[in-house]
Every structure is written in C-alpha cells, then in structure tokens.
Design a protein around this ligand. Structure first.
Ligand code: FAD
Ligand code: PYC
Length: 404
C-alpha cells in the first residue's frame, strides 16, 4: 500500500565536500540556508557550502512555535523584522515551495495599565515605521477571540492588546527545506553530518575550518549556529555576550478549528496558536538555567499551561501530545548579533534568542549581502558586536514577547 511512497526524487544532492569554497556557512538552520540561497541567487556566489553537524533544519528552526510578526519597538529592529516580513509575503512564490505562511494576525495581550501604556507606545512607533498595528480594548480582543476569557473575573483580566493583522505563522521545516532545495539547485553544497570542530586562522585572517570530515578552506566563513554560537566563537578565541538556554514548546492532540489567530501574553506568560493539523501549539518562557540539552524542565511547562488555562478555560481538559526544547542564544538586549569579528573574514549571525524564526528570510538576505560585499548591510549594521562596547544597545525585551 505504501509503494507510491517509494523512489521519491531527492530534494537536494548529498555531495562530497570540496577542498575549498568561496564562502562557508556553518549551521544548516533556516538562517544559514537562507544566507546560502541569497548568496547564490542575488550575488552570483555559488561556490558555497553549508556545513551542518546534524540534519538540515533540525535545530531551533524545526523546534519553534512559528510566530511571525514585525511589531518591534525601535527603528533598527523594526526595519530588520519588517524587511523579513516583506520577504515572507512572497516566499512561497520565490522558492516555489509552500511555506504555508498564514497571515492570521497576532495579538500581544496587556493585563495591566503599564502593559497598555507600553502597547500604545509600541503600536505608535510601529505605525510611524509603516508597520501595521492597532490597539484593541478588551471588547475588541473578545470579538476577535470569542473563546478567550476576557471577563473581569480572571485573576489577571485582559485589558486589551496590540494587534498586527499581517503577522501569523508559517510551516517551519518547509522554510528550511524550501531554502535548501533552492540553494542546492543554484549549486550550493549542503553538507549534513559535517561538524565544525575548529577554525584555521593565520595572521588574523580566516583560512578555513576543521571538521569531522576533514579540513575545508575558505577566506569567508559565516557562523549561523544559534544556541551553539558561543561554542563556535570560543574555537576562534572570541567571547560573545550570549547565554544558551532551553526554550520549550508543546503540542496538544488535534482539535477541530477553534482558534484562528495567534495569542501571546507576556504577563501571565504563554502563547498559543492552532496549527493547520488542528493541534494547539503552545510555548513558554526560557528555562532559567544555562544548558545544551534540548529538553527543558517540568515547572516551566506547568507554569505555561496554567497561563493558557487562565486565558482559555475551554482548553483545561485538552491532552498534550508532545513536548520538546531548543537551545536559544539570548543577548543582553534581546537583539541579534550580525557582525564582523576581529578575525578577518569570520562573521557571526546569532543571538536571535527566542525570536529569530520570524526573521529568517530577512536575516539571510542581509547577511548574504554582508558576506558578498565584505561590509555589513545597512539594515544589519546596527546589530554589530561593537554595540556592547559603544553602549548603542537596542533593548527589545518588551517586544520580544517571551520571558528571558
Ligand atoms: P538553528 O535552526 O538552530 O540552526 C543552527 C544550526 O547550527 C543547527 O542545525 C545546528 O545543528 C548547527 N550547528 C551548531 N553547531 C554546529 C557545528 N559546530 N558545526 C555544524 N553545525 C552546527 N522565533 C520566532 O520568531 N517565533 C517563534 O514562535 C519562536 N518560537 C520558538 C520556540 C522554541 C521552543 C524555540 C526553541 C525557539 C523559538 N523561536 C521562535 C526562535 C527561533 O526558533 C530561532 O531564533 C531560529 O529558528 C534560529 O534559526 P537558526 O537558523 O539561526 O538556528
Ligand atoms: O518572537 O514572537 C516571538 C515568539 C513567539 C514565541 C516564541 N517567540
């Protein structure tokens, strides 16, 4: 009966590593694959390898709750995430791959007067930057999400929300696979089970990488390794201001359609959407300890489900099917690092922490331009590692929407 599932055409080749490439990307998550794709597509640089220690998209890319929005407070981050949003809006066509981008809107709830003041400020800033957004009161929220408890009886009553109608969700592994297939078709070598174990550096210039499959040379190396970025940086003698934490998610048994938008609450702390398969996709704040185990601990799950049931008493008897964790690389100002380093030709794209999925196409696009030209793209430039020396931090803890 399964015969028709045999002999499917491979979506990408399984090449043998070449001795040298024009550009090496370390990390085959969405950001690394998007970078490789735009290097080939927009800059004609096709002698590129993506080195992935496991399988493509097996890191945070395939572990996240897929929320896509661009409603960040400060001009620098608004520009970065809105650049990504514009790419999302044409991505399935661009890649000829259905990434199931669904613009069903995202609500960020407010439960206190201060929450509402912050929401007002952020929505005003968004609109000044040409980003869609509205401030809703509790009645407005209730009419969008009839199953939510917006009554005054709740322990932390919903007072209102920011609402970004163009925001939504996408199919995470399709994003990785779509970029992978398109990059491969342009000649990029995707090398799975290829772990970078060290860097070859001579006279302050990157020369290549050591891997479990031998040495590979390149004068341009971009590290896009999310939760493992400080490990990679350490191999090059660099110290990045990152902490690696588990971040958990869980999904329920499938239900009939009941929730047609995305709800995030930073105050009671939980976020939820319903996938096209019907399962509730639920996420948490980070687990407080540092670690590299892709699991997380029970108290965080318990706290998250308390928050979900507080907002949605209707879900109190729903059974959870699966739980997992990813390792997020959090920065002190809750913003990413897109930067050159003191090693010439060695770049890092990391620090996306709890919120980088939404940035995938924009991050890849501006990082590719930076690697191709040897100068950081203007949208990426404010996210240089130098900001931790100059003090030009971009504090997005409020808009991050996930406790860390
Ligand atoms: P990854 O997909 O992690 O890719 C990095 C890759 O590098 C991995 O595949 C890894 O195996 C590889 N690697 C590491 N070390 C090496 C080495 N030495 N050699 C070779 N390869 C190596 N963001 C949102 O915008 N919205 C959300 O709703 C959201 N929810 C989240 C929920 C959870 C539970 C988690 C964990 C994260 C969430 N995020 C969310 C954050 C988002 O997932 C990440 O910021 C984003 O996916 C990072 O993508 P990436 O390609 O940089 O990293
Ligand atoms: O950044 O929007 C976000 C997010 C939602 C869940 C995890 N991160």
């Amino acid at each position: 009966a399964l015969r028709h599932h045999e002999d499917w055409q491979r979506q990408w080749r399984n090449p043998t590593p070449k001795p040298r490439y024009d550009v090496i990307i370390v990390g085959g998550g969405g950001h690394g694959l998007a970078t490789a794709y735009y290097l080939a597509k927009e800059h004609g640089i096709t002698n590129v390898a993506v080195l992935e220690k496991g399988w493509l998209g097996g890191g945070n890319t395939a572990r996240n709750t897929t929320i896509v929005r661009s409603n960040y407070l400060w001009d620098e981050s608004a520009a970065l995430y809105e650049h990504a949003m514009k790419h999302w809006e044409g991505l399935s066509q661009e890649l000829n791959y259905n990434v199931m981008f669904s613009q069903r809107g995202v609500l960020n709830l407010g439960h206190t007067l201060q929450d509402m003041r912050d929401i007002q400020r952020r929505v005003n800033a968004n609109r000044l930057n040409g980003i869609d957004g509205e401030v809703l009161d509790a009645e407005g929220v209730q009419s969008l999400v009839p199953i939510m408890d917006c009554s005054k009886r709740a322990r932390y009553p919903v007072m209102g929300a920011s609402w970004q109608p163009r925001a939504g969700v996408a199919r995470h592994d399709a994003v990785a696979w779509g970029y992978a297939r398109a990059a491969d078709a342009l000649g990029v070598d995707l090398l799975q089970n290829t772990e970078v174990t060290g860097f070859k550096i001579r006279d302050g210039q990157i020369q290549g990488v050591h891997t479990n499959r031998g040495d590979i040379e390149s004068k341009t190396v971009g590290c896009v390794t999310a939760g493992n970025s400080s490990v990679l940086a350490g191999m090059a003698g660099l110290n990045l201001p990152l902490e690696s934490h588990p971040l958990q998610a869980l999904v329920s048994e499938p239900l009939k359609p009941v929730l047609d938008t995305v709800v995030m609450s930073n105050h009671v702390h939980g976020y939820i959407s319903q996938s096209d398969k019907g399962d509730l996709v639920i996420g948490a704040g980070i687990d407080g300890y540092n670690g590299y185990g892709q699991r997380g601990s029970y108290p965080t799950v318990e706290h998250t489900l308390q928050a979900i049931v507080e907002m949605f008493p209707i879900f109190s008897r729903v059974r959870m099917n699966r739980q997992w964790g990813g390792i997020v690389d959090t920065c002190p100002d809750a913003c990413p690092i897109l930067s050159k380093t003191k090693v010439k030709g060695l770049y890092f794209n990391c620090g996306w922490g709890t919120g980088g999925f939404k940035a995938t196409p924009g991050s890849g696009h501006v990082f590719a331009a930076s690697l191709a030209k040897g100068e950081m793209h203007p949208i990426a430039a404010p996210f240089s590692i130098d900001r931790f020396h100059s003090g030009a931090l971009i504090d997005e803890h409020g808009a991050a929407g996930v406790a860390h």
